[in-house]
Design a protein around this ligand. Structure first.
Ligand SMILES: C[S@@+](CC[C@H](N)C(=O)[O-])C[C@H]1O[C@@H](n2cnc3c(N)ncnc32)[C@H](O)[C@@H]1O
Length: 207
């Protein structure tokens, strides 16, 4: 099974905070600001679930959230989060294998695609694309390389570390922007973090 973060669940947030400070959180909180009230949201690969609490700070009620996480340990931690008056359905499975009813207003993929080889990226991308309604928002955040030497060093270290510990299949970043543009998405906003190493983009699906 690829990219299961079970073994890292208990220290993942602490480690990412040591390495990246608040950058991973700030990038996702920036994206959450685009979510309209009363949205039906699909979160794929939410990790320990802190994103649910950030989401609840912005929208204490009215959201209908489906939270899909392949790691049982990550899902368990996420289920303990405060989610206010929002509705959250937790699914512990690979998102590409979960049959959901199409019609989500918002899809969120936080540091998900950089775990996958191209074939899995295509599978997951197409599956989520079909679940998002026309003109829906897709909030994606991942690492990117902008030509600075230290980015390569950090990226390579992460791939080695998470391959050994969590069995992730990837060894390079996927060409995710190309997938979005080929599928007809437009970028309506974007912002970079941590010296451009992290890019958060707000995509809108075609009508
Ligand atoms: C790099 S971590 C990011 C966690 C979280 N988004 C964050 O920023 O703290 C990727 C997460 O995606 C989950 N994951 C990997 N493949 C998945 C899949 N096919 N479906 C659902 N979740 C998946 C992993 O278990 C892990 O929790």
């Amino acid at each position: 099974m690829a990219a299961n973060y079970n073994n890292s669940a208990w220290f993942y947030d602490r480690l990412s905070r040591i390495v990246y400070g608040k950058a991973l959180i700030n990038a996702q909180v920036y994206l959450l600001g685009f979510i309209p009230p009363k949205s039906k949201i699909l979160i794929a690969g939410g990790g320990t679930g802190w994103i649910l609490e950030e989401l609840t700070k912005i929208h204490p009620s009215g959201l209908d959230i489906t939270y899909v996480e392949i790691s049982a340990n990550m899902t368990e931690l996420s289920q303990k989060r405060q989610t206010g008056q929002n509705t959250v359905a937790f699914v512990n499975d690979a998102v590409e294998n979960v049959e959901l009813t199409a019609g989500f207003d918002v899809v969120i993929t936080p540091f998900l695609f950089d775990n996958f080889v191209d074939k899995t990226v295509d599978n997951v991308f197409n599956h989520l694309h079909n679940l998002l309604k026309p003109e829906g928002l897709w909030l994606n955040v991942d690492f990117q390389l902008t030509g600075q030497w230290w980015q390569n060093v950090m990226l390579r270290s992460m791939f080695i570390f998470f391959r050994l510990l969590c069995g992730i299949e990837a060894s390079k970043l996927p060409a995710i922007e190309k997938r979005f543009s080929t599928a007809g998405y437009s970028v309506i906003d974007n912002k970079t973090f941590f010296g451009d190493f992290i890019v958060a983009r707000v995509y809108r699906k075609l009508s």
